[in-house]
Design a binder for this molecule. Sequence first.
Ligand code: DX5
Ligand code: ZN
Length: 219
Amino acid sequence: MKDIGIAPSILAADFGYLMRDIKAVENADYLHIDVMDGHYVNNISFGIPVIQSIRKYTDMKFFTHLMITEPEKYVKAFADAGSDNITFHVECSDDPDSLIDQIKALGKSAGISVHPDTPIEKVFPYIGKVDIILVMTVYPGFGGQGYLDSSDERISALRKAIDEKNADTVIAVDGGVTEENIKHIYDMGARLFVAGSSVFHAADPAGAVEELKRCAVSS
Ligand code: DX5
Ligand code: ZN
């Protein structure tokens, strides 16, 4: 099961017991950290001090998803706070190329994310340059939404474009991932799965991570 990763999203954790909930999913491949500023999305989550704090208590790889405007102003702070990957939205940057360079110069893995209403072709120029392309499979801003079926053709088109370039950019998906649909999404070529509700709302979050992996590669 090498080529599949699960990234539990702490947006679905109990913030009153945040470290307890993070410790419960240390068997996962990444910790997905949703940062929202109330401008790009209609919600506010948490920011740099929270990441700094949790960094002290876990060795998990931090996959920081910036749903914020002007991400170029903040990437250094998110890198210094302990992010391992920094992913920004293509809709939020005037110059994604230099922002990717900025993230890499900070020694971090770089990701670019794309909103469900943005043509998927918008991220094609960054194939081979970014480590991760994060396809939003729900409207960004809130957890617990259902997977948008319109994502299917977007993931497939992106898979084709990556394969044509023979690039190793990983397709990640974010939103509405469940034990029921993960195999379908895996088969279309996604390899990294963000999962909030289906992990943290499970009775056994660590078991849910393993079960998602098992379902994805089942025949
Ligand atoms: C939505 C966030 C997601 C969210 C996923 O804006 O980017 O990461 O936490 O939550 P679920 O898995 O519940 O759809
Ligand atoms: Zn996210």
